[in-house]
Every structure is written in structure tokens, then in C-alpha cells.
Design a protein around this ligand. Structure first.
Ligand code: SAM
Length: 352
């Protein structure tokens, strides 16, 4: 592992796309593997995995992050697949945290392995953690996500809180007939733990091969459920470019809703995505990808790679979620055969 001094200094002014959206956020999938099989993400029995030799090394990821910060990226989120399945993840965190231009370094995890990693991740310089928690009932998780590790997820949340991250959030995808009766319990759990809940509408992304419109619990429905219990909720006017709209209960408790299905926010999407094998994607729904692994491994310099990234970003017009929302008939995005033919279309490969 190299320990040479890194170029310091603030992130460059962001490159903007054709709709005036800057490239400020990068979500990096560090592995396509996952230790859960959530019905809304990986419902199939078998998957086509990315070839092992194609997965970027930590040094390659770090170098690319350096290139991205040169184009204006200041926020980086590690995701997957399940990022904590990637061996020795804190070492990557340490590399990225050494870059001053990375002002915000976050992780999205299902929490199963967080109990044993939280303190090391914090010490390595990770700033924020989001734990996906869809149910408080272990038997539901066993059935819905084919995992018996519910107690480990709860231990992971506790460990994250104890580790003293700048922020810990809980993500819950709300699905009618599965966990819509737990919205209030999940909110109460977050409140008791002093962390913020985020409710996410079920999305018809690649991987969601069992998606149907009737299972989506919309933002207005979620707010109605919460207001009926707690009284009127107050919208907080602090959204900016963030995907979540935030609200406060009468007692001040804050929570967020990500209405990506019924009220998409493509107009303020400043997020690029990097798959574990180095494909740069312009949209969660997008078909266009730029292979960065090839230039990385064939000796291209940082300026050349930056030029290629900037060129595709400047040409970006993608508004995947808005285009999906405008469809009169909306079914699944990709059928399983098409996901098998190109695993980069999978949510767990592109990173949630
Ligand atoms: N394994 C990690 C985790 O569980 O947080 C990171 C990857 S996961 C793909 C990232 C996020 O995407 C999770 O919060 C998950 O709930 C969300 N997600 C996956 N499929 C989804 C879907 N069809 N609709 C909405 N959110 C989804």
C-alpha cells in the first residue's frame, strides 16, 4: 500500500451536465456480493457475478476518487452489494479519508457486519453511516430477505451509535403488504435511538423483478400515517440537492422520505455511480456506462481519465426516474434474462 503524500486542497469547481447539474456526489459499489436477498433487490435464486479479476483494487478506487475530486466531487458514499463483505474495507476508508477534497465520506450497509467493524471504520475516518432496516421483526426479515441476522443488524446500529459517527441514519423501503404496518414502529425505534429515519418508496430499479405499482407506498401515504399518530408534520426547507425531503414531528423529531418513484428528483441529481468493476454510470436507471477500468489498467494518465469522465458528464441528459414516472403503464424495468445478460443493470451491482 502506498503512503506517498496526496495532493491537498479543496475540490475543483464541478463539471456540469446539459441540464446544469454538477458532478458533486459519487456512489461507489465496492462489491456486487451481498449477504441478504431482499425481495425488492435480489429476489432471484441465482445471480451472475462480476468476474473477480475485474473488481477494482483499493488503490484503483482511490486513484479514481482523486480524479473525480478534480472534477468537483466532494461527497463519496461506499455501497454495494454489501460493502462490508469487501475484505478490509476500513483500509479503503483510510485511503479516501486522507483526501481533503473528500469532505463527506459515508457508507450504506445492511448492518449485519457493522457490529464488528463500526469502531474501525470510524477510526479510519468514515463520517456517516446509513443502515438499511426494513423491519423490527426478525421473522419478517427471515422471510423477506432470507437472513436470520436481524439481531446482528440491531447490534450494528448500536455499534454505529457508540462509535460516534457524525450521523447515523436508518433507511427503510416501505412495501405494501410487507412492512407498511411498521412505519410508526420504525420511526419510534429511530427516535429512541437518537438517529434519523428515512422512508424510501419502492423503486422499479434493475433487480426489482417483483415490482408492481400497487406495492408502492407513496410519500403522501407515509406522511398521512405518521401525522395520524403524531399530529401534523412540518416540512423542513433544507433539502437542497439531497434525495430525501425532511420533515419534523411536533416534538421536533426529524425524519426523511425519499419519493423516488412518485416524485422523482432527477432535476437535482448530482450523483454519478461507479460499479465495482469500474463502470461509471450517469443514472441509477441508465443504460450508458463508461469503462474506467480499461484506461486505468492500460496506463492512461489521470488527465486523460478525467477528460473522458468530464466528456460523458457534460453530455448527460439522463432523467431515468422522471421518465419512468411519466409512463402510462409501468412494470418492471428489466426482466431477469436481461439482468443475466448484463449484471451491471442490477441494483446490487450499480450500488443503491
Ligand atoms: N447492502 C447495502 C444496504 O443494504 O444498505 C447497500 C446496498 S443496497 C442496494 C442500498 C439501498 O438500496 C438499501 O437501502 C436498499 O434498501 C435500497 N434498495 C434496494 N432495492 C430497492 C428498491 N427496489 N427500491 C427502493 N430501494 C431499494
Amino acid at each position: 500500500m502506498t503512503s506517498a503524500p496526496l495532493p491537498r486542497g479543496p475540490a475543483a469547481p464541478p463539471a456540469s451536465d446539459r441540464l446544469g447539474r454538477p458532478l458533486r456526489n459519487l456512489r461507489i459499489s465496492v462489491t456486487d456480493r451481498c449477504n441478504m436477498r431482499c425481495r425488492y433487490c435480489m429476489p432471484e435464486k441465482e445471480y451472475v457475478w462480476l468476474p473477480r479479476q475485474s473488481i477494482l483494487t483499493f488503490e484503483e478506487i482511490d486513484r479514481l476518487v482523486g480524479v473525480f475530486t478534480g472534477l468537483g466531487v466532494g461527497k463519496v458514499r461506499l455501497t454495494g452489494g454489501e460493502p462490508l463483505l469487501r475484505h478490509d474495507l476500513p483500509t479503503l476508508v483510510e485511503l479516501l479519508a486522507r483526501r481533503d477534497a473528500v469532505r463527506d465520506l459515508a457508507l450504506t450497509t445492511n448492518g449485519i457486519l457493522l457490529g464488528r467493524e463500526a469502531a474501525r471504520l470510524r477510526a479510519a475516518g468514515l463520517g456517516r453511516v446509513t443502515v438499511s432496516l426494513d423491519t423490527l421483526r426478525p421473522e419478517r426479515m427471515a422471510e423477506f430477505a432470507r437472513s436470520a441476522h436481524h439481531p446482528d443488524v440491531i447490534a450494528g446500529v448500536d455499534a454505529a451509535i457508540a462509535a460516534g459517527f457524525r450521523s447515523v441514519k436508518l433507511n427503510s423501503v416501505v412495501i405494501r403488504g410487507y412492512n407498511d404496518d411498521e412505519v410508526l414502529d420504525l420511526l419510534a425505534f429511530a427516535r429512541e435511538h437518537g438517529v434519523e429515519a428515512r422512508f424510501i418508496e419502492y423503486m422499479d430499479v434493475g433487480g426489482a423483478t417483483a415490482w408492481s405499482r400497487d406495492q408502492v407506498v407513496s410519500q403522501p401515504e407515509i406522511l398521512e400515517l405518521i401525522s395520524r399518530r403524531y399530529g401534523p408534520v412540518r416540512p423542513l426547507d433544507d433539502r437542497g440537492w439531497a434525495p430525501a425531503e425532511r420533515f419534523a414531528l411536533p416534538d421536533g423529531t426529524r425524519f426523511g422520505v425519499i419519493a423516488s418513484t412518485t416524485a422523482p428528483f432527477c432535476r437535482t441529481c448530482d450523483r454519478g455511480r461507479l460499479t465495482a468493476d469500474g463502470t461509471f454510470l450517469l443514472c441509477l436507471y441508465g443504460e450508458r456506462g463508461l469503462d474506467l477500468r480499461e484506461p486505468l489498467r492500460s496506463g492512461a494518465g489521470d488527465d486523460e481519465i478525467a477528460g473522458r469522465i468530464a466528456a460523458v458528464w457534460r453530455d448527460r441528459t439522463e432523467r431515468g426516474a422522471e421518465e419512468r414516472a411519466a409512463l402510462p403503464e409501468r412494470g418492471v424495468l428489466h426482466r431477469i434474462e436481461s439482468l443475466r445478460a448484463d449484471p451491471r443493470r442490477e441494483m446490487h451491482t450499480r450500488g443503491g
